[in-house]
Each structure stands twice: as C-alpha cells, then as structure tokens.
Design a binder for this molecule. Sequence first.
Ligand SMILES: [Cu+2]
Length: 196
Amino acid sequence: MAEPSENPPQRPLPDGIVPEEVVTRTEKHWVIVMAAMLVIMMAVIVETGVAGALHPATNVEAIDSETLHLGGEFVESNLGTAIEPDGSATVRLIAEQYDFVPHCVRVPADTPVKFRLTSADAVHGFLLPDTNVNTMLVPGFVAEVRTRFAQPREYEMPCHEFCGLGHHAMWTKVSVEPKDRFAAQGPLERTSCAQQ
Ligand SMILES: [Cu+2]
C-alpha cells in the first residue's frame, strides 16, 4: 500500500508553517518598499547635488600631514583668511585633535571664498549649515571647497566626524562679516578672530 503524502495541498499546514502564497505576497510587498526607498534616496541625492550644489570634492591633492608645521602652505603663519589679488578670500585651516587652527576665522560676505583644509592626525569633519560647505578632512589630503556667503552670520562649527575622546569639545567659529567692515580691518585682524 502506498504511503500517504506528507503534506497534501488539501490538508491544513501544521502550526508555525506559513503557506507559500503568503510568503510570496509578503516578499513582493517588501521588494516594492525597498525599491521605493531606493528611488527616494536617489531623488534626495540628485536634489541636493543639483539644487544645493552639494557634491564630493573634485580635487585630489596629497600633502604630508606630519610636516604641515615645518613649511609650505599650511605653516602656522599662513593659516587663516587671505585676500587674493582678484578680491576673493582663501581660508587655510588645519584640524587636529582636538581643535581647529585658527580657532576662529573671519570671511567677507558676498565674496567668493575658497576653503583649503587639511588634518594633522585623524579624520575630522567641517560643515557649515545652510551652505554647500560639508567635507571630511582626511590626513594626507587637502580638501578644497568654494562657496559664497550671501549674508553676514556667525557659524559655530563643531567637528563633524568622530575623531576621538575629545571630539565633543572640538569646534571652530566662522564669522561672516559685511564686506566693508571686513575690508576696514588690518591684515592681522582679517586673518583670524581667535583670541590671542
Ligand atoms: Cu571630531
């Protein structure tokens, strides 16, 4: 005599076993949910890239992070804000555990500003809210970000990438000043607003 089938379709499934059509339907629903999330995330990336001008840095520029203080562009006397012959501003800044040098920078409003940033040790983050300035500072590389501040404003800027035990106390200030007030300052005052 033939053995009866273990699980004929007509017979109810044992407790805890989900019917195949329910599994298939559930999986289809989750595929739709995942596809929708991917579409939304891609749309956000495109929106911030096009409308917010947020995009990865286009320059790849290497630098020796161990000799920053000995000479070259990031030597201490060259840090802070400099005005270029064309009237634009260049800010050079080093992040190190656990401070930014200089600790406070002044920049003029309504002027092209180029930030040139690097790290002396760990990976740090530099972000100014409501602008396109958002970059990681990786030791061994120079991060360059160009922007223009429409209005005077004070930015309190905490380090944006966990860099160690003192990360929570690491911050800098970017002070965007009216163009004429910035121009009236002497070269040393313009360079930095850090307390001496
Ligand atoms: Cu940090």
